[in-house]
Structure formats: C-alpha cells, structure tokens
Design a protein around this ligand. Structure first.
Ligand code: GLU
Length: 451
C-alpha cells in the first residue's frame, strides 16, 4: 500500500476485507487508488461525501443459475453474473464474458474498470459487466444457442435500453449477441434494439463496431507516439491475442505503415518476420476457428510457431507492444525485456493485461503507456454510437462512424494528457485516465445526492 495516500489506505483495506478472495478486483481498485491521492488533496470533499467508498461498491450484483441441455441430452449448469456497478452517467453498459475463468471477482474488476472507461468516452453510459463460467470451446452451435437463451431467460428482467445494456467480450461475439437479443425480444415482446450492442448490421448493429476496439487502441497509441514526434511508420509491432481486438489492431497498424511481426492465442504465438498476413490470420481464426500454429504451417518460410510455455511473445524485439489477449498477460519480467529491447510505446487492447509490476517498470522507464481504460475505450464508445443510431432509428456509414471513433480516441488521449499535466505528472496516462474518469463520475454522483 506504500504508493497510496494514507487517507485512502483504510478505504482500500476495507474493500479488500469485504471482497475477500477477489484478487483481480483488489488489483483494479488498488491501481485507481494510487492515482487519487492528488485528487483528494485538491478536493477533500470527495472524502467527506464517501465518494470513493461509494464508487467501489456496486449498485447491484446479480448471480444466477444457468441450466441448459447439451447435445447428448444431459443437463448442464453454469453460473451467470451481472454486476451493475454505477449508473451516475447513464444506463449500466459493459460486455458479457464467457470463459471458464469467470467468477464474481473477475466480473467486478471488469465492471469497475468499465465505470472509468465509459466516463472517459464522454458519452452518457454508466458501468457494468457480466458473463458466465461457460466455456464456449468445442460447443456446437445448438449448445451455444440454448445456453444464451437460458442465460437471457434470467437476465432479461434486469435489462432495458434505459437500464442496462450488455455487449460482447471474450467468448461473446456476433452469433451470441444474436441469440441473446432474440431471446430478449421474445420474452419482453418489445423490439428494443438499444438493449444490447455489437449486433449484426442486418438488425440494428453499427458499422465499425467490430473493428472499434482494435482501431481505437491503434488511434490512441498513434496519438501517444505523436507527442514524441514518432509514428507507426516502419515500426516493428507485437500484438498479443488473435481475437477481435488483436485482428483489427493489426489491420489498423498496417494501414499506418507499421509491421506486426507476431500475434498469439492460448496455445502459443506465431512470429512472421515478413509481417502478419491478415487475410490468412482471419481465415484461420475467424472462419476455420483453428489454433494459431496453423498460421505458421500454411505460411511456411519466414513464419514459425512457439508453443505456450516455450517462451514469451514479449521477448521479441519491438518498438510498439499492444497486449490484446487478457488480464495479467504481460509480467514485470516481460516489461523489463521490452524496455531492454527499446520499446517506445505500449497500448493496452485488453482489460488490465499488464500486471502492476509491469506497469511500474514501463512508467519508470518513461515508456509511453496507454492503460486499457483509456486505450481500449473505442469498443464501448462505438457501442454508445450504436445506441444513438438505434434511438434515432438511423444508420451511419462506415466512414462517418470511424470518423467519430477517431475523434473520440483523440479526445480521450488529450483529456488524459491534460489531466496528467494539471496534476503534476506530465506524460502519465495512468494517472490522467484514472483522475479524469473518476472526477467525471464523482461530480455526477455528488449532484445526484447520497445514492
Ligand atoms: N467488452 C468491451 C469492453 O471491455 C465492450 C463493452 C461494450 O461495448 O459495452 O469495453
């Protein structure tokens, strides 16, 4: 707790004590608290009003049983979660994650991050998150549909376009959103398009939503590089992951002249010194849904596969690193290696992919570091644009939507940079993002009374 203001230490201690066994949630709260000392020094009223304690306590947490029948006719049980964290700025907004690692602590960490991320977009969305410990790997289409329908049969009563608006996250893409929306529509007997985002274009989705998180992180990282008169042009870039975020980061980095030399999935990573062949990667990961080793096999010369446990993707020399797989995937050791190899910028595409030690190493070495709650906010920002289009029964072109996204990312970047300057830490995007996000939510909460 040594980096935390002594007035905030009892608040953090209480969060840890009353949310026992939730290390990821503690980590996320700890990281925000590290930045808030400077805020309460300027504004002691936040302490008197218990605003920090209130923000750390979800408004509502829902945990429920999800029964479903597999293809063999056997009943299965999973656990469902929705944490409605904060609605000071708008309806709860945040994705659903399907992954066996999901538990209440993971959903709380994600929901907590989402509050500040959503505030940073400047759009009227509160923070929430949900999901299940369901493992979509190896499940048939019918099993996925039955599972999504069962989940929504419970969750629908807690949702609404003015109440709580889920979207995708790890393990939840277009297909799942379709099944979830279909069941919501059936149970509520309402065509409430804005109740969920990440929909297909065919029934109310927004253009550029699929691309938005990866594109957004690339815009944010580009803006950081520009503050040092640098750019992606000719840079060696490593992007971890091979899902939606990674694929569209690779696409945008390449369009800015960067060369992405590696990406990964949970089985290992591939290196391609000639630059990742995006159509081939998409064919393998999205269409065929195969392991990433297939990329190296099909690409042949110049590419090779390194299985998990046989080395770290962050050992590869690069100038820009974009961790876009999952939480705590980049360790202190990895960060030291990146620094040794001359990394200039790290933009977090995933939520909290760098461990606290990694963040310390990067900040100490004065590397440009874009924390996820700022750098990956493009996804949820475009979800809010999808809600806008649904509310006005309109649809925008790809160009129009991407232009709004690019502008939002530049604004988030500038707002974080200006806040860091104002609070005496120029170039510190972690501090800037935490303070700028917190202040926006705290000010709204203050005006709404003790809620
Ligand atoms: N799951 C994404 C995130 O972490 C997007 C959430 C949304 O669009 O609501 O921000």
């Amino acid at each position: 707790m040594n980096n935390i203001d002594e007035k905030l230490q009892p608040i953090l201690a209480k969060v840890v004590q009353r949310n026992a066994g939730e290390p990821e949630f503690h980590q996320a709260v700890h990281e925000v608290m590290e930045s808030l000392g400077r805020v309460i020094a300027k504004n002691p009223d936040y302490l008197e009003q218990a605003l920090i304690e209130r923000i750390c306590e979800p408004e509502r947490q829902i945990i429920f049983r999800i029964p479903w029948v597999d293809d063999q006719g056997k009943a299965q049980i999973n656990r469902g979660f929705r944490v409605q964290f904060n609605s000071a700025l708008g309806p709860y907004k945040g994705g659903l994650r399907f992954h066996p690692s999901v538990n209440i602590g993971i959903i709380k960490f994600l929901g907590f991050e989402q509050i500040f991320k959503n505030a940073l977009t400047g759009l009227p969305i509160g923070g929430g998150k949900g999901g299940s410990d369901f493992d979509p790997k190896g499940k048939s289409d019918g099993e996925i549909m039955r599972f999504c329908q069962s989940l929504m049969t419970e969750l629908f009563r807690h949702l609404g376009e003015q109440t709580d608006v889920p979207a995708g996250d790890i393990g939840v893409g277009r297909r799942e959103i379709g099944y979830l929306f279909g069941q919501y529509k059936r149970l509520s007997n309402r065509y409430e398009a804005g109740v969920i985002t990440g929909k297909a274009i065919a029934y109310g989705g927004s253009r550029a939503r699929t691309e938005a998180t990866g594109f957004g992180n690339t815009y944010f990282t580009k803006a950081m590089l520009e503050t040092r008169k640098s750019s992606f042009d000719g840079k060696r870039v490593v992007v971890s992951g091979a899902g939606n975020v990674a694929i569209h980061s690779i696409e945008k980095v390449q369009s800015f002249g960067g060369k992405v030399i590696a990406c990964s999935d949970s089985s290992g990573y591939v290196v391609d010194e000639t630059g990742i062949d995006l159509p081939l990667l998409q064919e393998i990961k999205i269409i065929r849904q195969e392991r990433i080793s297939e990329y190296a096999r099909l690409k042949g010369a110049g590419a090779h596969f390194v299985p998990i446990g046989k080395g770290s993707i962050w050992d590869l020399p690069c100038q820009v690193a974009m961790p876009s797989a999952t939480q705590n995937e980049l360790s202190g050791r990895d960060a030291r290696k990146l620094v040794q190899n001359g990394v200039e910028a790290v933009g977090e595409g995933a939520n909290m992919p760098c461990t606290p030690e990694a963040v310390r190493v990067l900040r100490k070495a004065n590397i440009l570091f874009g924390p996820g709650k700022a750098a990956n906010a493009g996804g949820v920002a475009t979800s809010a644009l999808e809600m806008q289009q649904n509310a006005s029964r309109d649809r925008w072109s790809f160009e129009q939507t991407e232009e709004r996204l690019a502008q939002i990312m530049q604004n988030i970047h500038d707002h974080c940079a200006e806040t860091a300057d104002e609070f005496g830490a120029p170039g510190d995007y972690v501090l800037g993002a935490n303070i700028a996000g917190f202040v926006r939510v705290a000010e709204a909460m203050r005006m709404l009374g003790v809620i």
